[in-house]
Design a protein around this ligand. Sequence first.
Ligand code: CTP
Ligand code: MG
Length: 215
Amino acid sequence: MSTSGIVVAAGSGTRFGVPKQFENVAGARLVDRAVEAAALACDEVVVVLPAGVAWDGRHVAAAVPGGSTRSASVRAGLDVVAAAATVVVVHDAARPLAPPSLFECVIAAVRSGADAAVPGLPIPDTVKRVDGDDVVETVARDALVTAQTPQAFRADALRAAHDRGAEATDDAALVEAAGGRVVVVPGDPRNLKITTPADLLVAAALLVAAPEGQR
Ligand code: CTP
Ligand code: MG
């Protein structure tokens, strides 16, 4: 049983202002941190880059250009993943703080029989459904989690879910829509996604506070 990792790094960083995956935090680029963690848990890592950008980091079996959406970029990575891979893990380059143990956890859940496994975090804030400026209702949050990456998949379930070129903000949503069994494992509160420049400051603070060896 072999495991392939896909690190999607082909976004344009509209909300950040520049392609954030190439920004440095505490001495390493976001994309390098994401690839490094994936490489510790996977047999091979494929990185998906903006068109025209060459890979200049370590650890990758292949680097391919992405598409105009995240889902299209995942499909570009899937196209070059080893045919023998039985488990595929998809991770955002914009999450530089995912520990290798989180990769192991989602991979183990898939090896135990799930079609997909996602890290989930409880929601600390009160959640309201709105219609423009009007609050419609307060949503019970005890049955809600926010989903992170890395997300692990049975390789054939992920390929089937992507077969028709569907779009979603994560890959688990496509497997859910196809009727697959998606399980949730405990997410890591430190595993934030860098969206705006302020997030990079938080990531830098978390890395500086981390024990040496986890930076
Ligand atoms: N991504 C990608 N290909 C795309 C869009 C996104 O590979 N066409 C990747 C990003 O590089 C990132 C991850 O998907 O690692 C999550 O996307 P997001 O945080 O939305 O990054 P961007 O799309 O780059 O940012 P924005 O939405 O602000 O433009
Ligand atoms: Mg985006």
